[in-house]
Design a protein around this ligand. Structure first.
Ligand SMILES: [Fe+2]
Length: 343
């Protein structure tokens, strides 16, 4: 009996030792700058026992780090914003195909990378903000991105610089739908309509409309939610309250959609845990948490956007252009913006 107990305890110690060598963990590199994401990772750990080691930083710096660490990188998952960033890493062979039926079933194909090497975790639209005192609902109702090249908007539009990837992806989506030549013609007219030299971030464009420096601005939808929620301070909340949001191109192609997304690294040491974490981030529970804290749109259709966002329309028409086009056409977009003098 004593011998049996001894043998059993040896086996138990052995199992524990093996377990501690293969500690259940996943290494996440993320450029999403939301503290609220941490609560998600903690919840994932409490559900699965898998520890999430987070390295956060700017997208460009993390991408550089992944490149320089190469095969020895401990990174399992890279999370970032804008599909064009994910495309850049995929192009250079840093990702592996994500094999999960659950992910493929829940994420529409236009929001996944080629060969399923990255997937959307949340959506954002790049929309028009306008001063409702200067522009009527009737005037704005049918407004598309394409219309913004019309000379009637001369000196009235605020948008950030062309080195911003959100703008590059917007232009890439126009190239995907109209070709380079037509998009270049459009961009010439559009740039001629700028109210000022491009400056500041997306929120600064919304503020420009509130201050009367522009009548129209283009910025990402969730910044408006953040401003209205008061999370960016009272001053910005007051600015946002003076401004209205419009989904462009509702009678045509639909409003431009971009993503927050993730890929699993080719040499991920914990790739099955990585798949589990991505599956978790696409559950109803996690999607609800994301939309309620960052004001992005859910990828899962049963989850509703946050109320702050849905007051402007819940079922707007989304452009179905594959977000992988943004990366493919990024060099064309950058060159085109340069040629038309978009600073
Ligand atoms: Fe952003």
């Amino acid at each position: 009996m004593n011998k049996l107990l001894k043998t059993m305890s040896f086996i138990l110690v052995g199992i524990l030792a093996v377990e501690s060598i293969f500690a259940s963990e996943v290494n996440l590199y993320t450029s999403r700058h939301y503290d609220t994401d941490d609560a998600l990772y903690e919840d994932f750990t409490s559900e699965t026992g898998i520890k999430v080691n987070i390295i956060s930083g700017k997208g460009k710096a993390l991408m550089q780090r992944i490149r320089s660490e190469g095969k020895n990188s401990p990174a399992d998952i890279f999370i970032t914003v804008d599909a064009a960033n994910l495309w850049k890493l995929q192009k250079d062979g840093f990702f592996q195909s994500i094999s999960s039926d659950r992910i493929q079933e829940s994420v529409p194909s236009n929001l996944r990378g080629p060969n399923n090497e990255w997937v959307a975790l949340a959506k954002r639209s790049r929309v028009i903000f306008y001063n409702p005192k200067k522009i009527s609902k009737m005037q704005i109702r049918k407004l598309s991105y394409e219309d913004l090249a019309d000379s009637k908007w001369r000196g009235k539009i605020a948008i950030r610089s062309s080195n911003n990837i959100y703008n590059q992806s917007l232009v890439a989506s126009l190239i995907a739908n109209h070709g380079i030549e037509e998009t270049e013609k459009w961009a010439k007219g559009f740039v001629a309509n700028f109210s000022r030299k491009p400056q500041g971030n997306d929120r600064a464009q919304i503020i420009a409309v509130a201050n009367g420096e522009a009548e129209i601005a283009i910025a990402n939808s969730y910044y408006f939610g953040l401003m209205l929620s008061g999370k960016k301070g009272l001053e910005q909340k007051k600015s946002a309250q003076k401004v209205s949001m419009h989904f462009p191109s509702q009678t045509g192609r639909g409003t431009h959609i971009n993503i927050s997304g993730a890929g699993i690294l080719k040499n991920a040491p914990n790739s099955s845990n990585a798949t589990k974490l991505l599956e978790y981030l696409l559950t109803n529970k996690a999607q609800k948490h994301i939309v309620n804290n960052t004001y992005e749109y859910p990828v899962i259709s049963v989850v509703r956007p946050n109320k702050v966002m849905s007051q402007f329309g819940r079922n707007f028409k989304e452009d179905q252009t594959s977000v992988s086009e943004y990366g493919k056409l990024n060099p064309d977009a950058v060159r085109l913006m340069d040629r038309v003098g978009w600073k």
